[in-house]
Design a protein around this ligand. Sequence first.
Ligand SMILES: NC(=O)c1ccc[n+]([C@@H]2O[C@H](COP(=O)([O-])OP(=O)(O)OC[C@H]3O[C@@H](n4cnc5c(N)ncnc54)[C@H](O)[C@@H]3O)[C@@H](O)[C@H]2O)c1
Length: 225
Amino acid sequence: MGRRAVVTGGASGIGAACAERLRADGVEVVTADIAAGADQRLDVRDPESVTGLFDRIGPVDILINSAGVVGPSAPLVEVDLDDWRRTFAINTEGTFLTCKTFAPAMCERGWGRIVNLASIAAKDGNPLQSAYSASKAAVIALTKSLGKELATTGVLVNAIAPAAVASPMNADTDPEILERSQALTPMRRMGRPEEIAELVSWLSSSAVSFSTGAVYDASGGRASY
Ligand SMILES: NC(=O)c1ccc[n+]([C@@H]2O[C@H](COP(=O)([O-])OP(=O)(O)OC[C@H]3O[C@@H](n4cnc5c(N)ncnc54)[C@H](O)[C@@H]3O)[C@@H](O)[C@H]2O)c1
């Protein structure tokens, strides 16, 4: 039976690589993004935009939550509340809204895979990235909660925590933050989007069957727990 996936943030970087990798696996993929270039327009912050997407494309078997922003690069005491809220609205509430909208039909059909893009920042708490780090820590906790809630439904919910990946997201990241990240990474390099997509491909398949609410590292050896 052919599977269908929706990939948020699918117009760029890791999301685009996931779409390509899943298509190579034989999955029918719909990319959804606020930016041009995706199959469907989506603003993950907006509940009506998310339910509108569901109404247009119908149930899917696989949900990849890759839409995200790095948010403000500044000491916490200098972060504007609006920038903090915007980071949470996209990274955390966006993931909440897509899970809430797409998971019920997966449960009804008795099979589903949800993969949320978190970050090593969620575990480490990157200096100068408090909003990003906290918003992604919330994505990890959401993944653990939902994984447990759906554990007997056939729907598995897992997260990936990459270290810095060479994607358009990092075009605007403070060079000091990127240097720090590379210095902390034993492999001494950034990840590539297709390396994350490889893990997403496995987490989206029937090959994964006894893992849910789990966090998978893709960090060049940086993660220590
Ligand atoms: N690149 C990294 O170093 C890195 C590391 C760890 C985790 N991640 C996470 O991986 C995911 C993908 O990152 P990436 O590197 O591909 O970034 P990217 O900037 O290349 O892609 C992110 C995509 O999300 C989309 N997006 C932003 N706001 C949106 C909204 N409101 N609604 C819908 N789409 C929206 C953007 O238009 C873009 O296409 C993100 O969640 C990011 O936090 C990235």
